[in-house]
Design a protein around this ligand. Structure first.
Ligand code: FAD
Ligand code: UDP
Length: 399
């Protein structure tokens, strides 16, 4: 990786074919694709590291942790998995989580086990299906996150698991959020308690950072410059085409006002093997702090939304562990804009910027922030590959 890294004050060249702003999934994937077509790419990021929000690394306790919240790779696209498999091996994971409410852990997402916990006795799929039929509020075409959940499970389970969590996470009522926000959480009447439903679920074996480093090493045409922001980069490298993966409202100086975002504060805490011994009655598993890789806390009295113990998922063999509490936070320009807000008025505000963006002849806007979409990693990877293909058909190959 070091081969592609230039110190901030060193000027290796002042021109490039493609100038790419942001070294997250979207910026690095498009750089790799363009470099494979023979083009020179300069990638910059204002942060001091590559990987964007998918950054991971070994912490002071020796534990492989995700820096900006848990990143569970999943995909239904064999093409995306094949593409990324050139840069990593995979550690298969069946992601399972729990919810903590009313002083106890619940199987979550809602499934037959949750129903049995709710009743306090064994039940069958038939009984659960009949119960849901009685409780659910029929809504043919749910228009928001409240409707999408009450139309599947009714009010009791919605209030127990969704309402409080969503209010904390987004600081708005589920009925003010697109149906897709809560609708991405599955509801099942069998015992399948996996958090996600995609056909491929795995983590990069040595982590996301290692995946990106391998990708860069395979891309001799890519230079990475960290600690450099868009304005500095634009002044320093003349370019044929710009790829912007930062926030689109920032690109345009917020001339129509700032788009809404939600931010997060992460609180990390590590525990030694000795400290963990006392937690065994709770975690049920030696060497762990809690019973699952993620426990959600939907109740309003608890200030965080979830606690993640990623060691459950990475399979790292180490005595210590690290947990990360996630506290939702209002976004200010000094915070990371972790989440675009999937809501009608936010989308309308974004449209004003995207209309401007569509008129830029030599600039592409890709990724979660530039397209203002609540996209997962596989989706931004697909978007970056598609944009690279478009650019290669526009400018040709340079091999
Ligand atoms: P980013 O990763 O945000 O990268 C953009 C980069 O651009 C950043 O590094 C930023 O510093 C840089 N940048 C921005 N503006 C400028 C500028 N003006 N100058 C220089 N640099 C700039 N996805 C999943 O698939 N599974 C998950 O489990 C999952 N969990 C998530 C949990 C959390 C808490 C969050 C916030 C996201 C999660 N995601 C998950 C989504 C995932 O993070 C994104 O899909 C993916 O990282 C987006 O990549 P990106 O390159 O578009 O954006
Ligand atoms: N959600 C909820 N209760 C939960 C888990 C999720 O209400 O226990 C809602 C919440 O609004 C959240 C959304 O479903 O923002 C999507 O959840 P996910 O776990 O996919 O969130 P992410 O990992 O993207 O933050």
């Amino acid at each position: 990786m070091a081969a592609n890294l230039f110190p901030r004050d060193l000027k290796p060249d002042s021109s490039t074919d493609f100038l790419i702003i942001g070294a997250g999934f979207s910026g690095l994937v498009i750089a790799e694709r363009l470099s494979a077509a023979g083009w020179k790419c300069v990638v910059v990021d204002r942060r001091s590291h590559l990987g964007g929000n998918a950054r991971d690394g070994i912490d002071a306790a020796g534990v492989l942790t995700h820096h900006y919240g848990p990143h569970y790779f999943r995909s239904n696209s064999p093409r995306i998995v094949d593409y990324l498999s050139a840069f990593t091996e995979w550690h298969a994971v069946s992601y399972t989580i729990k919810s903590h409410a009313c002083g106890r852990y619940w199987s979550f997402p809602i499934n037959l086990n949750t129903f049995e916990e709710y009743l306090g006795r064994p039940a069958t799929t038939e009984e659960f299906t009949a119960w849901l039929e009685q409780k659910r509020i029929p809504i043919a075409d749910p228009q928001n996150s409240e409707e999408v959940i009450i139309s599947q499970v009714g009010r009791e389970l919605y209030e127990l698991f969704f309402e409080g969590y969503t209010l904390k996470q987004w600081k708005r009522h589920p009925r003010e959020l697109d149906a897709s926000v809560c609708g991405r959480i599955p509801v099942r009447t069998n015992r399948d308690d996996r958090y996600l439903s995609e056909s491929f679920q795995a983590l990069p074996k040595r982590g996301y950072t290692a995946l990106f480093e391998t990708m860069l090493n395979a891309s001799p045409g890519v230079e990475l410059h960290l600690g450099v922001d868009f304005e500095q980069a634009r002044a320093r490298w003349s370019h044929k085409h710009l790829v912007f993966t930062g926030a689109i409202d920032e690109f345009y100086g917020r001339r129509f006002g700032a788009l809404p975002y939600r931010s997060l504060r992460f609180e990390h805490e590590s525990f030694s093997a000795e400290q963990l011994r006392a937690r065994e009655p709770i975690s049920g598993k030696p060497g762990f702090w809690q019973p699952a890789m993620q426990v959600n806390y939907p109740e309003p009295e608890v200030p965080f939304t979830r606690i993640v113990e990623i060691k459950h998922a990475t399979g790292q063999r180490i005595d210590a562990t690290t947990i990360v509490r996630e506290f939702p936070k209002d976004w200010t320009p000094d915070d990371e804009p972790f989440y675009p807000v999937p809501a009608p008025e936010a989308r309308a505000a974004f449209l004003r910027y995207s209309e401007l963006a569509a008129t830029e002849p030599h600039t592409s806007f890709i990724g979660r922030l530039a397209t203002y979409r609540y996209y997962n990693m596989d989706q931004v990877t697909a978007m970056a590959i598609a944009e690279a293909e478009k650019l290669i058909s526009k400018y040709g190959s340079n091999l």
